[in-house]
Design a binder for this molecule. Sequence first.
Ligand code: ADP
Length: 456
Amino acid sequence: MNRLFLRFFVLVMLAITVASFAVYFAVTRLFGDPLEQVALRQSSGEIFLLEEFVDKAPADDWLHRLNRVREISKSEFELIPLERAIDGMDAEHRIRLMQGGIVINIEQKSLMRRVDLNDSRYAGSSEDVIQVHNLPIAVGVEFRVEALRYLIVALFLLIPIAFWSRAHWRGLQHLSEVANAFGEGKLSIRAKVPEKASIFPLAQCMNDMAGRIEELLEAHRTLLHSVSHELRTPISRLEFGLELLRNAAKNPALDKRIDHLEGDVTELKELVEELLSLTRMEQQKTLDAKPFSLANTLLELTRQLEHEFSERNLSVDLAPGLDRNGNDIIGDQRLVMRAVSNLLRNAAKYSNSQVKLSVEEPAQDMVIIRVEDDGPGVPIAERARIFEAFYRVDSSRDKNTGGLGLGLAIAKKAIHLNGGYLSVGESRLGGAAFTIRLPWSGSTANSASLPEPGRN
Ligand code: ADP
């Protein structure tokens, strides 16, 4: 049952309960207590005997008739003093009794009425009340019938509400799924809601908004891509010009200046290349997916990065179930290598002395790759933002480490394109722990186990 329907259900039930009480009080006020009417109807036999047989007797025969009725009726007729009868009675009933009316008591299944108002039956008869006990009163059935009537009305009200809320609920769920997917980066996704649905205007607004955001992001990417692309030519010219200048100048004093300039140009070139990689990945719609061995890829990568760890200790810990010859990941090997390489380079930059690359035993079609270090770590408040392009935690911390602020953005994009996730947390080594989750297509149960990897 959907939440919308549940709320309506509770609301309708509450409304019906309140309505039945309102009806009961209104009817009681205008026409008298309906339950009393029912009880009077059910006691009509005894009332008939009293009014049509006993009361119609001549004055001197009245008591005699009453005794005869006592003998034949299943109910008990008795005479009690008026004073006792009105003791504890509410005002309305007391007035009725005093005026000679019938007062009925549903719980005690009894009724009372004054014998008469003017001592006409016998001496002091106006001070006596005739009380009839054991009347055949059973308002429970009437009450249940009434309750059943309200329940049936409520159920019939709930049927159209159920249909209505089901359609709404489905529509809202669809909108929330679309919003989630859009938030996760599927910018082309749009809500598909039939035109006659009541949430159609909302879905349309959402689609328009998504369209505008997609256009803006696309324009932003295109601009970044074009600018980076256009910068390549002047940078190459600068490199070439500096080379010519060095040859022409042949001046050791100028050489130092030229070295600095060349350093700046190289940095600029790296920035442009990184930006181009990122924008290309962001525009990439399909993946060049091929099966490859994760263990082999990571071991190859650590070999390539050996020089980065000349002053740090890199330990590699791959789960024994990983197969070096297996094709256990289906994706773009180059992009996975790029992501892990960016994380390892960062770890080398920010660690004090220890870096660890580990892969856990794959479970539930996912494999976890972790890059940890013993550096300063990433503060909790910064963890979501460090994956944004050009975002750097603390410029004073990053001053010495260099870097462009693009490495993590590229790594995250590369992992996303491969259907995985990248997140950051704390490491037991004391610094940051970057975790990659990738879809796993190999099995570990029957695969040959990997020889213990070499440790640096
Ligand atoms: P950068 O080129 O500046 O390293 P990244 O995108 O790779 O750019 O990283 C963004 C920021 O995240 C870095 O500036 C740094 O502050 C922080 N960071 C990245 N890796 C680590 C790490 N292993 N330990 C601590 N901070 C890190």
